[in-house]
Design a binder for this molecule. Sequence first.
Ligand code: SF4
Length: 213
Amino acid sequence: MNKNIQWLNERRIEKTISNLEKNNIKGYYAKNNDELLNIIKDIAKEGEMVSVGGSMTLFETNIIDFLRSGRYNFLDRYEENLTPADMKEIYRKSFYADTYFSSVNAITEEGEIFNVDGNGNRVAAMLYGPDKVILIVGANKIVKNLDDAVNRNKSISGPANAKRLNTATPCAKVGYCMDCKSEDRICCEYTVIKRQRTAGRMHVIFVNDILGF
Ligand code: SF4
């Protein structure tokens, strides 16, 4: 990454962490993968039951492999040959996980976490259930405000995820949101996390890279 862009990203990460902490959400900046893993190990203790929301970022940072290493009791939604009933069970069991891992669709410099789900299982577990939530976020997910977060979903997250999932939605063909009424619509539940009541529950770890959509 260009060093000037890297510097700019770091300033935005610092500002966002500062505002997250005013909202009772702990923020971190991991400069490399070792730092990322050390932060995670500090929060999620060995032997815990852990689960994940659907996330490309967790694959790109090798967190899925780390969770599969045997250190945790991992409710693995990505295991091969799971039936729809198996997936449903994992989604429901995830509410009892000690720690839940995910990324976000966008995070504002004001310290707000914005997500859009198709099933709702990911945002539901972020909102309530697991005692701890760890969100891993690339610098590309930081936006100025909630309007920009919504626009980010319409122009990037929505169409890119629809293409990835090969959904029968207009965005998967034209490359932008048409606010569809499709059976396959992946944008059904919109959530904004403005604040946590419980200190120490939600942790956001920033990585200065382009991760996920
Ligand atoms: S609302 Fe429909 S068209 Fe818009 S991004 Fe979501 S799935 Fe695509």
